[in-house]
Write a protein that binds this ligand. Sequence first.
Ligand code: NAD
Ligand code: TYD
Length: 344
Amino acid sequence: MRLLVTGGLGFIGSNFVRHVLKSHPSWTVVNIDVLTYAGNPANLADLARNPRYRWVRGDIRDPRAVAGCMEGADAVVHFAAESHVDRSILDASSFIETNVLGTNVLLDAARRLSVGRFVHVSTDEVYGSVEQGFSTEDDPLAPNSPYAASKAASDLLVRSYVVTHGLPAVITRASNNFGPYQYPEKALPLLITNFMDDLPFPLYGDGLNVRDWVYVLDHVRAVEFVLLKGKTGEAYNVGGTHSCTNKELIERVRGLMGKPASLVTPVPDRPGHDRRYALDCRKLTSLGFKHAHPFEAALAKTIAWYRANPAWWRPLKKAGGYKKYYDKQYAGRLVGRRAGAPKR
Ligand code: NAD
Ligand code: TYD
């Protein structure tokens, strides 16, 4: 199979590319990635000499670049996106451009080139906050953050190309991923790397928001599974094996890392912060998908990976762009609240 992957130098995309090239010795991958702050060639440095892999530095919003990469592809797996909720609250424009307009460019090229399969990688956040029960794939989309709204818009575009143009597309909607190569702005890598440096972790609001956690290597296995077995026009929820409040998650990480509670620093809540995400995944599991990575072991492995790879994440946190974002995001929230001095 000749695959076109988008956003393959990001967190999930890079784990996916590595996984499929290892699992399918006859497959080839072209990876179109423009390299935003979240993209990193180091994520796939081990594939630099692999003749079955090629990275094209290109933008999914550019129809010519997309057509050039998609020519001859049997399938497209679409990860490229602006992916961080807090950044979408600061400024949503790049989210609309890449997640909505970029997805449309890809769908249009896939239709023109008669690509045999299009997998659109989406999120549980499109369902909005679920106070009780579990979201099924047929539930209405009710996104609350600009990020979630841009992903919901792209899901609806995918649906329209299936219905209007007969594009053989499927959608996956995953919960919160964690694992190696996650840019240290999302909660878990920020928590682990701040703890490693005895820096405070800014806990939003009361810390009782609930998230479902899926290990990235299970998510990429699910995307591969849906690529091969999903039914055109269908969406598939991809949850993990563990759901908990942010406070509970932090306590587990704190225990595993042996850090004091004083590092956890309550800060004002994120605007529009969804209280709970929860997925009903029976549609995927009834097709035969099984998780391979239990939560506890995966969390320990993730902490071990960040401990073993400071050369990967330290330069990211030292970069000017990261510092600028961090100051803007947490300005005034963490002032004077170094380790040992948490205040409300
Ligand atoms: P990421 O931010 O780590 O990586 C995104 C990648 O896309 C980067 O390599 C970036 O350079 C690339 N990119 C961005 N804009 C581009 C453009 N215009 N053209 C080409 N490349 C571009 O994201 P991630 O966490 O790996 O998420 C991947 C996908 O999975 C996203 O679609 C996201 O919505 C979805 N998802 C993520 C999670 C999660 O917990 N991280 C959960 C569910 C779904
Ligand atoms: P995040 O990793 O940003 O994922 P999402 O918002 O897409 O679920 O955040 C996970 C949870 O952690 C979410 O409830 C927000 C919370 N959070 C904090 O409390 N502090 C932080 O600094 C960050 C980044 C997130």
